[in-house]
Design a protein around this ligand. Sequence first.
Ligand code: MN3
Length: 203
Amino acid sequence: MKQFITPDLVYDYKALEPFIDEATMHLHHDKHHVAYTTNLNKALEKYPEWYEKSAEDILRHLDQVPEDVRLAVKNHAGGHVHHNILWETMMPNGKAMPEGELLQAINNSFESFENFKEGFTKMAMSVFGSGWAWLSLDNGKLIIDKTANQDSPYTLGYTPLFGFDVWEHAYYLKYQNRRAEYLENMWSVINWDKISEEYLKNK
Ligand code: MN3
C-alpha cells in the first residue's frame, strides 16, 4: 500500500547558510515535516483508499474526506504539501528575481518586481500567529494571499507557486522574534527557475 513519504532535501542541510541555518533545516525537515507526513498517514489508516490520491487532490476536495478524520487530514496534508513546496522552491545562491514569462506576469499583476516583493513581505508580516504567505494562481491570475496554520491555497481553489513559512519553527532558532529579518533573507534562497516551471505548467 502506498503511503505518503517525506522527500529528502535535494541540497545539503547547510547549503542555505547563512540565510537559513543548518540546525533549523534539520528541525524543520526531519522533525516538523516528518511529523506532518506521519500524522497524515495515521489519519488515513481507516480509509486506505485515500493513500492513492495525491495530497494536493486531497486538499482540493477536503469536503469529501470522511468527517471523523477531516480536521487531522486538513492539518497534516496541508503541512506535508506546503513543506514539499518550500524545499523545492529554495536553493543555495538563488537568483534575485525570475526571468521570462513569470517576470512579465509579476510585472503585469503587481506593477514591478520590487512592488511584488514588498507586497509579499507585507502579507507575510501580517500573518497573526502561525501560517503562510503565498504566491498563487487563481484561474491563471497571480495573487498574493495568506493562510492560517496549515490551511491550504489548494482548498481555496488556488494553485500555490511558493510560500513563506511564518510558523515560528521556521525561523525562531536563528532569528528569535525577528520575523522581518528572516523574511528579508528568504529572498536570497528562492529557486525562481522551479517557480517559473510551475507557473508555466499551471497558468
Ligand atoms: Mn514549517
